[in-house]
Design a protein around this ligand. Structure first.
Ligand code: FMN
Length: 301
């Protein structure tokens, strides 16, 4: 009942771990898979190791958290070793980044035989040195990155987009034109900030960071709804999902699958089983036989 095909990848249910949350080691990816996730996405990584920003890198605010990790990661070679120890039969997605189309395609080629799909992080709002949202805010750069990676690998490729743009449709169409097999919507929102009352200084070492959690859900949902009408490729919805009701909304808006991030920081990876059980019960109560009957329902007249 909960099975879904996303870009030709079979998922036993439509929930995935979002990039950057518990995705740095095989042990944590295995844990999330054991807890019932339909798929897992690694933390974003690049060709070389990157230390990221100094602590503090996350801070809680009303409605979610703000993070500026700065894409810290140990580099592709370490991720290859970690992924050798992934021991579950759910799909694994590598989230990769770089500062040029060539870097993106090099890291994607290096990892493609260890994963089922590649997610291109062109959307990090707090990346260092021209990576991240600097790419995903430019339609031409987005096109170049996606098309370079598509030429380099044979697994499905999905671009993860930033909501922090004037015209998301233009960026989504560029990604689709570059050959993106699907789209992930959205990366964290902002940047935003929080200031310490005693020191009068920004709390995050980077000053600004990306907002995630329940406060961004209405924006993520709008992005999915808007882009569903504009593109032909499937959409992975992400942003503020806390329970199965949120998943239902994302499906109705047009997502074929969803990712869950901040909710795990609040409730642990056990949330995957709670969400899938709630979703199944909802489908039974509302007479849905398969997920496809729900996808895009909010668009029907
Ligand atoms: C601590 C933290 C680290 C993150 N790291 C990444 C990352 O490495 N790559 C990426 O594409 N997104 C990253 N994200 C963004 C999430 O994958 C997701 O798009 C965003 O948090 C919205 O979903 P949520 O509200 O369910 O958390 C990160 C988010 C958080 C909170």
């Amino acid at each position: 009942m909960l099975e879904i095909d996303f870009c030709g990848i079979e998922m036993k249910n439509p929930t995935m771990l979002a990039a950057g949350i518990m995705g740095s080691t095989a042990a944590s990816l295995n844990w999330v898979a054991r807890c019932g996730a339909g798929g897992v996405v690694t933390k974003s990584f690049a060709l070389e190791a990157n230390k990221g920003y100094k602590n503090p890198t996350t801070v809680e605010v009303d409605g979610g958290i703000i993070n500026a990790i700065g894409l810290s990661n140990p580099g592709v070679e370490t991720f290859k070793t970690e992924l050798n120890q992934f021991s579950h039969d759910v799909p694994v997605v590598a989230s990769v980044y770089g500062s040029t189309p060539q870097e993106f395609s090099q890291v994607a080629s290096a990892i493609e035989n260890k994963v089922d799909m590649i997610e291109l992080n062109v959307s990090c709002p707090h990346a260092m040195s021209g990576c991240g949202a600097a790419i995903g805010q430019d339609p031409d750069l987005t096109y170049q990155v996606v098309s370079a990676v598509k030429k380099a690998v044979s697994v499905p490729v999905i671009a993860k987009l930033t909501p922090n743009v004037t015209d998301l449709v233009e960026i989504a169409l560029s990604a689709q034109k570059g050959g993106s097999d699907g789209l992930t919507l959205i990366n964290s929102l902002g940047p935003g900030m929080k200031i310490d009352l005693e020191t009068a200084r920004p709390i995050l070492s980077n000053g600004f960071g990306g907002m995630s959690g329940p406060a961004i859900k209405p924006i993520a949902l709008r992005c999915v709804y808007q882009i569903y009408d504009a593109v032909k490729v499937p959409i992975m919805g992400v942003g503020g999902i806390m329970d199965y009701r949120d998943v239902v909304e994302f499906l109705y808006a047009g997502a074929s699958a969803v990712q869950i991030g901040t909710a795990i920081m609040y409730h642990g990876p056990e949330i995957f089983a709670q969400i899938t059980q709630g979703l199944e019960k909802f489908m039974l109560e509302h007479d849905f036989q398969v997920l496809e009957e729900m996808i895009g329902l909010a668009h029907e007249l």
